[in-house]
Design a protein around this ligand. Structure first.
Ligand code: FER
Length: 181
């Protein structure tokens, strides 16, 4: 499935953007929870134009600079809608090399296992702190309660899910640390 296609349609459905704007939004927000190569954005934009799902207008910037500003077409909106409302299957199991190593824990000493466990604890805690401060920033922006029609609701949902997941990971590490004590 061409997921990047829907990422681009979703972003353009919010606002018209240049390829550069799409790439930065992809890197700064979506790339945080969805891994994909953004090197494919420009070829995908070209394909979407050919398919009539998006269109562009060339804007002049300064003396010699031109940029293409993309907008979504009605057909594009329809395809985005079809995709976004279709049910999602369970995702493939996450590739967590640390867990794979834990599966083979008897290959190492208790002390070595403790080093890996403590390192993972530090990394996950750091990640959790980062997510929590991002959430705090977002909460400041939307005030007291976030409702269905708030433009940040999607960002908030993805972020709060990531926090719940990392918190549970940290708790699990903490609870099992005693096995290596
Ligand atoms: C964000 C920072 C992190 C964000 C999502 C995440 C949607 C999610 C990270 C993860 O799932 O690990 O700003 O915005």
């Amino acid at each position: 499935m061409r997921v990047l296609k829907y990422v681009i349609l979703g972003l353009l459905n919010r606002r018209q953007s240049s390829g550069y704007d799409i790439t930065s939004q992809f890197k700064e927000e979506i790339g945080q929870f969805w891994s994909a190569k953004h090197s494919q954005i420009y070829p995908e934009l070209k394909k979407l134009v050919e398919e009539g799902l998006i269109q562009y207008e060339t804007q002049i910037q300064g003396v010699r600079l031109e940029k293409k500003v993309y907008t979504i077409t009605e057909e594009g909106k329809h395809e985005l809608y079809q995709w976004v409302t279709a049910l999602s299957p369970l995702p493939e199991t996450e590739k967590d090399t640390f867990m794979l190593k834990m599966y083979f824990i008897h290959t190492m000493s208790k002390k070595e296992a403790r080093v890996l466990f403590q390192d993972q604890f530090k990394l996950r805690q750091h990640k959790l702190q980062g997510l929590k401060s991002r959430e705090a920033e977002l909460q400041k922006a939307f005030g007291a309660t976030i409702r269905f029609n708030h433009p940040d609701l999607g960002h908030y949902l993805v972020l709060s899910k990531a926090i719940a997941r990392e918190q549970s990971y940290v708790n699990w590490l903490e609870e099992n640390m005693k096995l290596f004590g």
